[in-house]
Design a protein around this ligand. Structure first.
Ligand SMILES: Nc1nc2c(ncn2[C@@H]2O[C@H](COP(=O)(O)OP(=O)(O)OP(=O)(O)O)[C@@H](O)[C@H]2O)c(=O)[nH]1
Ligand SMILES: [Mg+2]
Length: 305
């Protein structure tokens, strides 16, 4: 059997459902998801191997106007994610919260410019069709987007329900070329387990906190060890420090009598136990590092460059 593979980058504005789509395609949660924009901070590889075909996906941070050094690093990750790939999937929303009368949002204009500059082939995914009330609206969207770029295909789908994802996949297999597989046939991501655990904790913070607090958070994993207990059952011990930007944020993260921190720990522990299939304990601390999102040294320490 002649092996084939394709590298495919997933790009788009924040919060359009790029990570949800990658997880749905892989049938497993590899990238964290939340209703807050700028959930994904680095590029994340997801691998789908079916027989002779291997599709390697690169989920990227939402492209947006940078406000600090972390944002600049995130936008750079989008550019890096578009380098040396066979094709791109541009994800947009079926029911955008804004009017397209004034044209496409600046971030999408920029991304389309980049597709052109790099001479990349691209499929347009119109995600969240489950939210669409009138199906005719899809036609309007398709007309607007296809005027801007000659997409190889346009696929309306729902990453949430899975509706339409098979159609996207059959389009994407069209990009694969004879080449050895770059990853093992059982690999599903290139993220180390430690990174996945830190991300699971950050996801719970994003989902439980509001306003600017979750955006200023990083998770520093300090301990990640499997140990045998006296009853002979192994336990995964996880200890992490949550870094935030202000003393007032620290108070919110800890919560009244420690309630919020306890909730985050419990939610994260459940995910970790499910993912690794063993018992886990999670201990969390909170530390303030003022303006860390503008300090390249700290951005590097947290693995975000
Ligand atoms: N209704 C609906 N919601 C969706 C769908 N796909 C994703 N979402 C929701 O959209 C929100 C953003 O999803 P993500 O997958 O984190 O989006 P993203 O594009 O990766 O976001 P960033 O990483 O911030 O750029 C989450 O609340 C998802 O549950 C969909 O098909 N339908
Ligand atoms: Mg994401």
């Amino acid at each position: 059997m002649k092996e084939k593979s394709a590298f495919i980058t997933i790009i788009g504005r924040p919060n359009v459902g790029k990570s949800s789509l990658m997880n749905r395609i892989l049938g497993q949660k590899v990238a964290i998801v939340s209703d807050k924009p700028q959930t994904t901070r680095t590029k994340i590889t997801g691998i789908l191997t079916k027989g002779a075909d291997q599709l390697v996906f690169i989920d990227t941070p939402g492209f947006h106007k940078p406000r600090n050094m972390l944002d600049k690093n995130m936008n750079k990750a989008v550019g890096d994610g578009m380098a040396d790939v066979d094709a791109a999937v541009l994800v947009v929303e079926a029911a955008p919260k804004f009017s397209l009368d004034g044209g496409l949002p600046p971030a999408e204009v920029e991304l389309i410019k980049e597709l052109r500059r790099r001479r990349l082939k691209a499929v347009l995914v119109i995600n969240k069709i489950d939210l669409l009330e009138k199906k005719e609206e899809l036609l309007t969207l398709i007309t607007i987007y296809t005027k801007e770029f000659d997409f190889t295909a346009v696929v309306p789908l729902s990453a949430r329900t899975g509706d339409g994802v098979d159609i996207l996949l059959s389009e994407l297999y069209g990009f694969s070329k004879p080449s050895p597989h770059y990853f093992g046939d059982d690999d599903i991501t290139d993220q180390p387990e430690r990174v996945m655990v830190a991300e699971m904790i950050r996801e719970k913070l994003l989902r439980s906190l509001d306003k600017e607090v979750p955006h200023g958070i990083a998770v520093d994993l300090e301990r990640f060890v499997e140990r045998d207990t006296s009853d002979g059952e192994p336990i995964l011990e996880v200890e992490a420090t949550i870094i935030c930007e202000k003393e007032s944020h620290k108070g919110i993260i800890i919560g009244k009598g420690g309630a919020m921190l306890k909730k985050i720990g419990t939610l994260a522990r459940r995910d970790i136990e499910e993912f690794f299939g063993i018992r886990a304990s999670v201990k969390l601390w909170v530390k303030v590092k003022e303006d860390w999102r503008n300090r390249q040294g700290l951005i590097h320490t947290f693995g975000l460059d």
